[in-house]
Design a protein. Structure first.
Length: 146
């Protein structure tokens, strides 16, 4: 059987072709490591902000449930199970109530998976404060009020 003219004779590769050197591989690994070192903290920061947004939504829902309880019963509750009865979606959330201090002042809070707390407080003058004690971290603005 005759071999066609275009078929390489003997070796399939030229003798000067080689693989990557160790230094080239180390440079690639170093560049990938630097990119990961830049991207990982940004990713974790965004993840914390998402967890904080979920906690803010939970504390808003708990606040509304607390207000509903006040309308029905004429007082604020201190039992989280009462809030669960009003809004069953709160069962999986880490919410609680820090009051009432009297019938005019009430505070609810939610803990984020990132460990940060978010509060909504109804004051004596019926105004509402939304705050977090971690200014500038995660989903908490620098002013601590959201």
């Amino acid at each position: 059987m005759d071999v066609p003219k275009w078929w390489p004779s003997g070796k399939c590769f030229r003798s000067d072709e080689r693989g990557f050197t160790l230094i080239e591989l180390l440079v690639v690994i170093l560049v990938l490591g630097m990119l990961a070192a830049i991207a990982l903290p940004i990713f974790l920061s965004q993840r914390g902000k998402g967890q904080d947004a979920r906690a803010k939504a939970s504390v808003r829902a708990a606040f509304e449930a607390e207000e509903d309880y006040f309308v029905e019963n004429g007082r604020y509750t201190v039992d989280v199970n009462d809030l669960y009865a009003i809004d069953p979606s709160l069962r999986g959330a880490a919410v609680g109530t820090s009051g009432p201090y009297d019938n005019n002042v009430m505070e609810v809070y939610a803990r984020s998976e990132s460990g940060r707390y978010f509060f909504i407080q109804r004051n004596v003058d019926r105004s509402i404060d939304r705050y977090c004690p971690y200014p500038g971290q995660g989903g908490c603005p620098a002013s601590s009020f959201w």
